[in-house]
Design a protein around this ligand. Structure first.
Ligand SMILES: [Fe+2]
Length: 211
């Protein structure tokens, strides 16, 4: 797997670190062709147009997300910037060899902060299933503790000073071709088959070093 770039750097459409059919049968090539090839591409293309010639053009994508959130009064490029960040982070949250369970410090902290691994999974899936409309379910680190969060539309916990280490896209475009309206089934498959715990463990280490 390619190195996980943190913070996500330039405003570019980078492909997932696996072939577009590599997540089948859990997430189809057709879903990736639309989701990465059309949706993610549009966020990046539109952001580039919005920031061209401005001081934002020389900033990292992560800094653009924070700057354009503008303390809760988002400026025009925020939605495209956050969606560009969120989608790249989402591709890097999955692996063709994903799923099963984490181990090591990550597992210890999940048990410490959620009572058990099963409780964490239940909370994460519940956050994704109950996010009304479009949005995201996250595992984040804040003040040295792991938290499950959900967010609407493009909002990213970075803007609240939390460090994301895992995300599931719960916009309908993430699952409708494969699961139709069955968002809970998509989230169960995401947790059981797709999560790259290696990537999450590396992000956890970086987050704990920074905090
Ligand atoms: Fe998406």
């Amino acid at each position: 797997m390619a190195a996980v770039p943190l913070p996500l750097t330039t405003v570019d459409l980078r492909p997932p670190p696996y072939a577009l059919d590599a997540l089948e049968p859990h997430m189809s090539k057709e879903t990736l062709e639309y989701h990465w090839g059309k949706h993610h591409r549009a966020y990046v293309d539109n952001l580039k147009k919005q920031i061209e010639g401005t001081e934002l053009a020389s900033q990292t994508l992560e800094d653009i997300v924070r700057a354009t959130y503008n303390n809760g009064e988002p400026t025009a490029p925020f939605n495209n910037a956050a969606q560009a960040w969120n989608h790249e982070f989402f591709w890097l949250s999955m692996s063709p060899h994903g799923g099963k369970q984490p181990d090591g410090e990550l597992m210890s902290l999940l048990k410490r902060d959620f009572g058990s691994y099963d409780n964490f999974v239940k909370e994460f899936k519940q956050a994704g299933a109950t996010q009304f409309g479009s949005g995201w379910a996250w595992l984040t680190v804040a003040d040295g503790k792991l938290m499950v969060e959900k967010s609407p539309n493009a909002i990213n916990p970075l803007v609240f000073g939390h460090v994301p280490i895992l995300v599931a896209d719960v916009w309908e475009h993430a699952y409708y071709l494969d699961y139709q309206n069955r968002r809970p089934d998509y989230l169960t498959t995401f947790m059981n088959e797709l999560v790259s715990w290696d990537a999450v463990a590396k992000r956890l280490q970086l987050a704990l070093q920074e905090s």
